[in-house]
Write a protein that binds this ligand. Sequence first.
Ligand SMILES: [Zn+2]
Length: 230
Amino acid sequence: MYHSVGDCSDDPYRITVTPGRLDRQLRWLRRRGLRGVSVAELLAARTKGEGRDLVGLTFDDGYADFLTNALPVLARWQCTATLFVLPGRLGSSNVWDPLGPRKPLLTADGIRDAAEAGVEIGSHGLTHVDLTQADDTLLYAEVEESRAVLEELTGAPVTGFCYPYGTVDQRAVDTVREAGYDYACAIDPGVLNGPHVLPRLHIGQNDTAVRLFLKYRLHRLRRRPVAGLR
Ligand SMILES: [Zn+2]
């Protein structure tokens, strides 16, 4: 789980890695015989009993720096990724984070550029709200409308969702599943673990080779097997 790729000198939420750090992390993956792909590609392979060499890479929020700083590094290592964007905040910034620098978000054209470069576009909701605190109307809009807007924008199906802040409850899971998404990403799903509440690991600027190795090994202990996936 990544967010922004750029200067991380002022980064109170630890959501930023530098392009140089991302480069070294992807080099680490490739040297271990692993390859970063979109979550859709990862899940498609795993349901066929394949893809043990694949790792899902996700970039949340849809920062504009994805195109300039992340995409060239991904391409250098023959990796792809899933970009979870906020169609209710096109061309805006991360106003939901009170501290730290304002980071610009991709415009509609920027999202299309990422999609054309082979990046999977998923929904992060419309505006980045905690879905467990949203009333039914807002929950439905964030989950359902964001998908419709993104499919219109990209001209392609949108099959993945990502819970803002990683916060999730059964009502949010049911809404996401009923909206027709094939999968959804969380962070630490606990008992909700399943295709619509997938666990992810935060990867940050401090994650050098030794830490990556430990995270990679320990990740399987944090999750229970997901039915239908291995
Ligand atoms: Zn987010």
